[in-house]
Design a protein. Structure first.
Length: 111
């Protein structure tokens, strides 16, 4: 479960109450992005990960702010790795026998 409900300047509404939490199976995970304003889960603690009856509750309001950097690094690494298949010694060298290039090529220049 990922919760994000917040109202600026007010306590976050409880979306996962004691009853709902008690009905969750052991091993379930709640990521509460509203932890800084009290959390959407009744047991959320800001900047802490706790386990209640086998349910892991992650209270991290800053998680969303951390994601863009990680996502950008992941995307740039994907581009780098892909281009390294195409560019060899500073020149384009497309090997159509490479299964990744075969799967991503939608046109090929014919001689």
């Amino acid at each position: 479960v990922i919760t994000t409900a917040q109202v600026r300047g007010r306590k976050a509404p409880i979306l996962v109450d004691e009853e709902a939490l008690g009905n969750m199976k052991s091993g379930a995970v709640i990521v509460d992005l509203a932890a800084s304003s009290g959390g959407n889960c009744v047991r959320t603690e800001d900047q802490k990960t706790i386990v209640f009856n086998g349910v892991q509750i992650i209270g991290d309001s800053s998680l969303a702010a951390k994601m863009p950097m990680d996502a950008s690094q992941l995307l740039s690494n994907n581009f780098y790795q892909f281009l390294s298949l195409i560019i060899k010694d500073g020149a384009m060298a497309i090997d159509m026998e490479d299964e990744i290039l075969q799967a991503t090529c939608f046109t090929e220049k014919s001689a």
